[in-house]
Design a protein around this ligand. Sequence first.
Ligand code: GTP
Ligand code: MG
Length: 194
Amino acid sequence: MIFNKADFIASYGISSQLPESDRPELSFSGRSNVGKSSLINKLCSRKNLARVSSTPGKTATINFYSVDDCYFVDLPGYGYAKVSNADRERWDDLINSYFEAPRHHTLLVQLLDCRHAPSADDLQMLRYLHYHRIPYVVALTKADKLKKSQLAKTQEDFENICRPYGCQKVVLTSGENGYGIPELQAVLNAAVAA
Ligand code: GTP
Ligand code: MG
């Protein structure tokens, strides 16, 4: 895949408006502020393809990007404390209708902050992915915040947590310094080629 052949398509607040699913979709999920937009930018070697926000949880939209012959799908972040019940329901509707639609769900990248144990919301997401048999890998974000000596142990800890939920692989990454990006690109390429 030519990762820097990337364009923003549109943001969708209602799943019935999503573009036709005519190619592999690589989707990205995680709590607000975990680093989804930063990771997408780094994967595509682009500074501002996906907007990086310092104020999390502002908009709950599904953002579509075309990346070579695939779609990258930036799913709305969850776990932001200050959302209303109505917003939460809208998030549920968006996510459920995205996954229940007959789309090319090639691989989902579930982002988890490498510095913290998964939150209750994260674990609920892992359970959801497992239950619905959605193929996924975990990208641990913000690896630049770890000391070198912590990397291997952190990876192993998360593998042990995530494996029972059907996770295929755990990759340590940084949207800041690019750590693990080639490895994650290889995982995405393999999924698309499969
Ligand atoms: P929402 O779209 O609001 O859900 O957030 P997001 O998951 O897209 O996170 P985003 O990429 O906007 O990053 C949130 C904050 O974390 C920003 O201040 C980023 O600069 C910072 N950040 C993201 N990735 C990394 C990383 O790998 N390392 C470090 N140190 N900071 C990061
Ligand atoms: Mg974002």
